[in-house]
Structures are given as C-alpha cells and as structure tokens.
Design a protein around this ligand. Structure first.
Ligand SMILES: [Zn+2]
Length: 417
C-alpha cells in the first residue's frame, strides 16, 4: 500500500475539537459540565448525532440487541474481520466532556481522515458506542458474552427496567445474546481514552500505552462490637466497632502503600447507632483493591485477612468479609502495545507504559479479541467532574496515534484472501 502517504496521515484537530464541543451541548449543565446518563433523553439525542457523524464519515451504521451503536467503514477485503475501536458516550452524573466521548469521536475522525482521501485499509474498521459503560457495562458485556441472566442487575440509575431502557435505544433484552461477538468476528480492539489520572502529566508524556486494565476485588466488611453508653462504659470494657474499623482503614492503607502498583481503599463506612452518646456497636465498610496481577491481589487480600484477624482479637470484635466484586485483570496484547509505541516514535510523541486502574469497555472486549488501549493526558488528573480537560493538541495526537495504530495492525493481521 502507499505507505508514505499513510505514515503522514493525521486527523483534523479542529474538526475533532468541534465534535467534542458539539456533543458536550447535549446534557450540558449550568456549571459547564455534562450529564448524559445512559438511556436518558440526552443519551438518545447524543446517539442520534453520533450516528449522523458516522454516516458523514462514510460508515454504515447498525444497532445491536444490547444497544451498541456500530459504525462500519468498508475494507478492501470485506470478508476480513474488522479492526475495532470505540468507547462510550454515556456519562456519570456531573461529568466532563472527554471520558468515553473522546474515544468514540476520535474513532469517527480517524475514519473520516481515511474516507475523505478515499483510502481503505485491508480490514474494515468498526467504531462502536458501547451502551451504558458508566453503570452496568451492559453493552460491552453482552458483546463479550459475559452478561448475567438477571435483568434486575442492569436496570438504570433511576431503577427503570433494562427491558424499557434497551427498547428506547433500539435494543432488545429478550434476544440480547444475539449481540455476542465471536473471536473470529474481530481482528483486534483498540480503545482510546483520556487517562483520568495524573501519571502522564506528572511524567510529562504525551501518550500512555496501557499495559492492561487492573483486576478489582471489592468486599463489604462488617465489624460487630457492642453498643453501650458512652458515659458509663469504662474504657477497658468496650467493644468499640469504630475503633476496630479505624485500625482496618489504616491497615488497608499501609498494605496499599507497599512498593508495587496496587491501590487499596476504604471508601465507604456506615456505623450504628451513629449518635454522640453511644459506643458504635456495628460498622459496615467497603474495601476496594486493584492490581494488574491476579496473584498479587490474592496475596494482598490474604495479608488484609491476617491484619483483620489480629485487629478483631485486639479489639474484642467480630469481623467478617463478604465479596462484592471480583474482576480479573485484562492484560493488553503485547503486539498492540508495541505497535502503539512504534507509532509514537514515528510521530515523535513522548510515551510511557502504565496500567489502567479504571474500568473500560476494553476490559470486556479483551475476552474475545486482542486488546490495546491508548491514553492521552487528563489535565490535573481530574475526571468524572466538570473540570475534566484534555487540550485539542493532545486530543488530536491521540486520535492520530489511534489511526496510525489501526493502519499498523492492518498489516499485522492477515486477511483471508
Ligand atoms: Zn470512560
């Protein structure tokens, strides 16, 4: 193929910025942020606009049974499985302009950069808007064949049944398993996303090459002591559940601070009776652990168990742990990581490798195909807030890296001839 033309291809920065700005008008908040909850009217408007942009970029668009919006740009070998990119356009409450949205729009802009020059890769390209990434991940899970059977697990934030939500965007819960994709139906998946953390700006790098999406273990810890009068119970005779819980918070933090890439957090605490003149008799608290290695997570958990046992003995309390979430790590494909690095070197963009500690659609799609992720800097590391910001320059850099990576992968994955 005309490799010289291709290696100098770059996306249109202003066109990408304009799309990001225009999409941010749908669900715009008075403070400048965006709120576009999955399946809300704002989400539906945004889907319609994105669908229009996909068509304008030369794609045919379909919707699958899980409400995923799929744009497809033809390849020279139409029988070849597509190279796939995409992300989500739904947001958390009080969000910014970039999380998810950026990856989708950069995918569309990448295709447009090809189509306006009438260039085609060997493989078709798909750009996917995954349904409800921020809450249930129903779109990517359905595509990966990893949905659970219980519809109640996928109801909306406002407790609207999933059947109604899907119907509104053109999906269908009853036949949602039709959205499942086989490994043969994709050549590879690359998601471009804002980092949502401070590492790239701290290290002063333009592009992050994701080594994998961390595994996550979440537990609910219950500490039971004895509630009694705060005035009349001597200090030596107390079974104070909050004192035990406080020690757990510190132990979890210490374990998280050990050398390594893990993070460990107690983010939620509920105590009862929660009044000034009673000793807390019961505390329920969360534990969230993340790391790229499953063995490491198991080791950290066993250390936390040990710490909790000795805290229980010391404070004369009973402590139990119930698992709430168990996500295995999703390693990124090493060939895709290398391809991204080579593209960055060619484009003279500084880069570093880092894990993703947030969830992404890519973690599910990694179950069915080779997966890679590209990060661009988030100013101040801020995300899920109206101040979330990535400069037009960084947005364009990331999109060009995405485009060039897809072109490299096009040569790597052979087409059936
Ligand atoms: Zn996201």
């Amino acid at each position: 193929m005309v490799s010289k033309v291709l290696s100098s291809l770059a996306v249109n920065r202003d066109r990408l910025s304009t799309m990001i700005h225009q999409l941010a008008q749908l669900g715009k908040l008075p403070n400048g942020g965006v709120q576009r909850l999955a399946f809300s009217p704002e989400d539906c408007h945004a889907r319609a606009l994105v669908r229009r942009w996909m068509v304008e970029a030369g794609m045919t668009v379909r919707l699958d049974e899980a409400g995923n919006l799929i744009g497809r740009y033809p390849g020279r070998f139409e029988a070849a499985p597509p190279l796939v990119t995409g992300s989500h356009i739904d947001t958390v409450p009080n969000a910014g302009h970039y999380d998810g949205t950026y990856g989708v729009l950069a995918g569309i802009e990448s295709v447009r950069t090809l189509s306006e020059r009438k260039l085609y890769l060997d493989h078709p390209i798909e750009v996917i808007v995954f349904a409800d990434e921020e809450r249930t991940m129903i779109g990517c899970k359905a595509m990966a064949g990893r949905l659970l059977n219980d519809p109640k697990l996928y109801s909306s934030r406002s407790q609207e049944p999933v059947e109604t939500c899907l119907e509104r965007v053109g999906g269908d819960w009853d036949i949602i398993d039709h959205a499942r994709r086989t490994p043969e139906s994709m050549a590879a998946f690359v998601e471009l996303h804002v980092e949502q953390g401070p590492m790239l700006t701290t290290l002063n790098k333009q592009i992050g090459i994701v080594t994998g999406i961390v595994g996550q273990r979440r537990y609910w810890i219950t500490v039971e002591g004895q509630s009694s009068h705060a005035g009349t119970t001597p200090m030596s005779m107390r079974q104070d559940a909050l004192v035990a819980a406080s020690q757990i918070v510190l132990a979890v933090n210490q374990i998280g601070q050990r050398p390594g890439d893990q993070v460990a957090t107690v983010g939620r605490l509920e105590l009862s009776p929660n009044v000034p003149n009673s000793i807390p008799g019961k505390v329920e608290m969360s534990l969230d652990l993340r790391d790229l290695s499953s063995d490491r997570l198991d080791q950290l958990l066993s250390d936390i168990h040990q710490a909790i046992d000795s805290i229980a003995a010391e404070t004369d309390t009973q402590i139990s742990m119930t698992q709430r979430l168990h996500n295995e790590p999703s390693p990124a494909n090493s060939h895709i990581q290398n391809a991204i690095a080579q593209v960055c070197d060619d484009l003279k963009l500084t880069h570093c490798s880092l894990p993703s500690r947030a969830s992404h659609d890519a973690q599910e799609i990694a179950h069915i195909t080779d997966m890679g992720m590209i990060f661009v800097p988030s100013e101040g590391g801020i995300s899920h807030a109206e101040t979330e910001y990535t400069s037009p320059e960084d947005c364009a850099n990331g999109a060009t890296v995405l485009l060039q990576t897809l072109m490299r992968l096009d040569r790597h994955y052979h087409c059936p001839s």
